[in-house]
Design a protein around this ligand. Sequence first.
Ligand code: G3P
Length: 478
Amino acid sequence: DGDVFKYYADGEWKKSNSGKSVPIVNPTTRRTHYKVQACSQEEVNKVMEAAKAAQKLWAKTPLWKRAELLHKAAAILKEHKAPIAECLVKEIAKPAKDAVTEVIRSGDLVSYCAEEGVRILGEGKFLVSDSFPGNERTKYCLTSKIPLGVVLAIPPFNYPVNLAVSKIAPALIAGNSLVLKPPTQGAVAALHMVHCFHLAGFPKGLISCVTGKGSEIGDFLTMHPAVNCISFTGGDTGISISKKAGMIPLQMELGGKDACIVLEDADLDLVAANIIKGGFSYSGQRCTAVKVVLVMESVADSLVEKVKAKVVKLTVGPPEENCDITPVVSESSANFIEGLVMDAKQKGATFCQEYRREGNLIWPLLLDNVRPDMRIAWEEPFGPVLPVIRIGSVEEGIHHCNASNFGLQGCVFTKDINKAMLISDAMETGTVQINSAPARGPDHFPFQGFKDSGIGSQGVTNSINMMTKVKSTVINLP
Ligand code: G3P
């Protein structure tokens, strides 16, 4: 069936024996745009067997050769940026320019991983026994970092390529094999990205990409005995995965409610620009988006006016036209966002713009005077809708930030660096940005969420380390 994109296993493109496919709905047209194979559990078993076998050989492949292949894949990925970006536009309505940026950033990330991998995995430790009480210098301990085995990567719809390679590249450089389960929306972009690794010439079975319904193969994949590590980015499914997974390392990033705390001395033009960028890029569908503004009452009117003036200028429409605000990923997502907006309306929030929606397209909306009894004060809309809460003190802002069950990132705007540092220390989030909107990149920076925002730390170096285990050999002298 030429209409259904094949999945990738054992170095080949295959049709599923299930005879079933999964439709991918274009968020803009709301029509099926592509179809992918609905892989069966039996096919997952075969993929795992191949991954286990391929990993054994790969672990013995010299580090510099692994790096060489990754550099090759990175170059091919960048060459293929146009067709991959096209998929991102059709599958997840990412604005065309941002879609290209995602692919280029991904190529850079793969190369950086190769570089970093040869450095950090190229050295181990040497310890001697006589530093510990009671010991003579009779034991020499040599440690190195060895691969975990099979890594399962599950990226989300918002960066189907970038958040896939941020798991694939560290896994491979560290000597692991990799099984990718892409999000349904973004699956074709991911398959195309995997094709670039195929063209680079990685050994058969080392990388595979299984598509299908989470309800059929999700638990089967995450609970599979062959899996030695799971790297997941997405929503609260991650919490149930971590409860069901075996005794294996987990890396999870599960969203956030990133607060933007604005002090009285802040540069309000800078804040407004960052609220626009942080709150409305890719229509707010980023884990690191600014999701609540906590502004000191005395500067709130002025800030809201500045943000309003910029919201009016945001273009709204199809991703093909590079509009700032594009349709959100699905109808159910749009309905969820609308639910939060209506709840806020009913409870008396001030609408800075009129609420407007056509299909999955939601116009950017700033909600002022939001109070803690409104759902939007706490929940993550994952859409172009941003609440403003006016605070009477910095402590109130910190309290709101820390009362959230999320703890991904946050930001604080002030000219007083001492205050900023103290606030950063007080905020229970994985990262605090001073005078800029939250963001994951540059991609070698550590990236981690506290509380329900995840476990483990990402970023190139941390991911490579996380996808290895320490092995020691002790030489005992007579
Ligand atoms: O939503 C996923 C998260 O990793 C965001 O990345 O680059 O938009 O800050 P970024």
